[in-house]
Write a protein that binds this ligand. Structure first.
Ligand SMILES: [Zn+2]
Length: 546
């Protein structure tokens, strides 16, 4: 009954609508709702979506209706829309929802190379938010201006990253700020907020964010809060210290006077599995006493970051890469570092075995992509023990920069976090160049994986709740008042998909596969994906905080 491919036809209908509307004006006062609706019907539409099961994004159950779009805006939603339309899309009873909003995205690496952002559009995402994990361009304004000047398929906005702000002023040094330096950092955050940042991100796990005293973070958070921004945090520790890190994230919101969010909430390391019971209790308790604290998540039990950040202790990274390489050359410090790397493999993101850590992309040798640290140990003539895995990891770090994938989380924690009403969905991915490296599949599959696996197969959350977590919730978080919900007057960012077929295709072994089941993706009223291919439309806008 549901056709797999949607029919898109261009129609030019000559209508007898105008006389009807004229007749209506004679009988009704011009200011009545009915008159406005009739008048609206009389104007031609640029796009009408028929036979839709509409999920409006709020979490309410789907309803049947048709959507009329004029320019970049939803003009009307009604049981049936008559009136001229330049283009009609028959949704054939499929789901029509708001385009998804990804609040954690690393698009800046490749968005200028691939401004169509195919891997995101083709999973129903219409807005990407950059600047997560404490990392953003500094100053932010010129980056947003450059994006503005780039023709792109997708909307994009950004946070200002606290780690980048600190690095611009103090470098990668592990020391307290002076008064003058704090003022300088405040000024950079303020400039970023004035340029339109949605708030300030922290990455207290990363260097130099890791060297930041909490009081300094709070001082900068106050600046972001003054401009109506939020704080979003890649926490200091997602393994043994995860409870303290959640407390710290809550404290930044509470004392900084702004909404606060745990980003990509997860529990790393087998010995920590189950701790999401406690982290979510902390979140609930904070909300009960009035702290505006939330979280987001991607639906995979593996994480991904730079191998140096993931393996090498923060003290050994102080001062930057050259200093770190110096420490690795010194036999005594190397031994100390090796001990900590082995512990990370044994108990944290290595999940107890070097074969759980995969190289996604290395700048010095493309053929390293897809190998795990056990492979690298063997390649170097060693048994793949934990200690040799640590040695292999340090060797890779010495060769150059690699992105890595770590399998060390549990499904139970993932599902528990997903069920929580204050968790939204975000990918933490990149705009991917098809075929380049072996990246984490989240860049291709985050949103359809939630819809296919966690909604349809496992019934962890409902379809309507999933869409809320992908659309209205992130929009509300960023006070993006004109997106994230399907309602007249809102921007026409719209995703159409088959709820029976939607699924992620990207795997850890073969990540470069687009999602399936998406029939149409519309950004600012223009079709950017037609179910088969990307179109030539580039309607994406730079979004700035209201
Ligand atoms: Zn992160």
């Amino acid at each position: 009954m549901m056709k797999t491919m949607m029919k898109i036809k261009r129609v030019l209908v000559v209508l007898a609508v105008v006389p009807v509307a004229t007749a209506v004006t004679v009988r009704l006062k011009p200011d009545t709702t009915y008159f406005r609706a009739a008048y609206a019907q009389a104007q031609p539409y640029d796009l009408v979506i028929r036979n839709a099961r509409i999920i409006d994004g709020t979490g309410s159950p789907w309803y049947r209706g048709e959507i009329g779009v004029r320019g970049d805006t939803i003009a009307l939603i009604a049981p049936s829309i008559t009136g001229q339309a330049a283009r009609v899309i028959d949704a054939n009873g499929q789901i029509v929802s708001p385009g998804f909003i990804d609040i954690h995205n690393h698009a800046r690496e490749t968005i200028f190379e691939l401004p169509s952002a195919d891997n995101y559009i083709r999973q129903g995402v219409t807005t990407l938010i950059e600047g997560p994990d404490g990392g953003s361009p500094v100053p932010l304004g010129p980056f947003l201006d450059k994006l503005e000047a780039t023709q792109k398929s997708i909307n994009i906005g950004s946070f200002i990253g606290q780690g980048s702000v600190r690095e611009a002023v103090l470098g990668k040094e592990n020391r307290r700020h002076t008064h003058a330096e704090l003022d300088k950092m405040r000024g950079i955050v303020e400039d970023g907020m004035k340029a339109g940042a949605f708030g300030m991100s922290t990455g207290l796990f990363y260097v130099p964010g890791a060297f930041t005293p909490i009081e300094e973070v709070i001082e900068l958070a106050k600046v972001a809060g003054k401009y109506g921004g939020i704080h979003i945090s890649h926490m200091r520790d997602e393994a043994f210290g995860v409870l303290d890190s959640v407390r710290e994230t809550i404290r930044i919101g509470e004392e900084g006077g702004l909404p606060t969010q745990i980003t990509h909430h997860k529990i790393i390391g087998p010995k920590n599995y189950g701790k999401s019971v406690e982290t979510l209790k902390l979140l609930d308790a904070a909300r009960v006493r009035g702290v505006d604290a939330t979280s987001d998540q991607y639906p995979y039990t593996a994480s991904s970051n730079n191998l140096t950040a993931g393996l090498i202790p923060q003290w050994a990274q102080e001062g930057g890469r050259q200093q770190m390489l110096g420490r690795l050359k010194n036999p005594a410090t190397r031994k100390e570092i090796a001990g900590e790397v082995a512990r990370t493999i044994r108990e944290e993101r290595g999940g107890g075995d070097p074969k759980n850590i995969f190289l996604a992309h290395c700048d010095f040798d493309a053929s390293m992509a897809g190998k795990n640290l056990a492979d690298v140990a063997r390649m170097r003539g060693m048994e793949p023990t934990i200690e040799n895995g640590a040695e292999a990891g340090m060797w890779v770090v010495e060769q150059g920069i690699c992105q890595a994938v770590y399998h060390a989380m549990s499904e139970q924690d993932l599902e528990r976090i997903m069920r929580h009403p204050a968790t939204m969905i975000a990918s933490d991915g990149w705009v991917q160049i098809l075929g380049r490296g072996v990246p984490h599949p989240r860049s291709y599959g985050t949103f359809p994986r939630v819809l296919g696996v966690y909604v349809r197969e496992r019934n962890v959350i409902t379809l309507e709740d999933a869409i809320r977590k992908m659309a209205s919730f992130p929009a509300q978080r960023m006070r993006m008042n004109d997106r994230g919900v399907l309602r007249p007057g809102m921007k026409a960012d719209i995703t159409i998909f088959d709820p029976a077929r939607v699924r992620d295709m990207a795997t850890f072994e073969k990540p470069h596969q687009y999602a399936e089941g998406f029939a149409s993706v519309i950004v600012n009223g223009q079709v950017v994906f037609d179910g088969k291919a990307m179109t030539s439309a580039r309607p994406g806008k730079v979004l700035r905080r209201n």
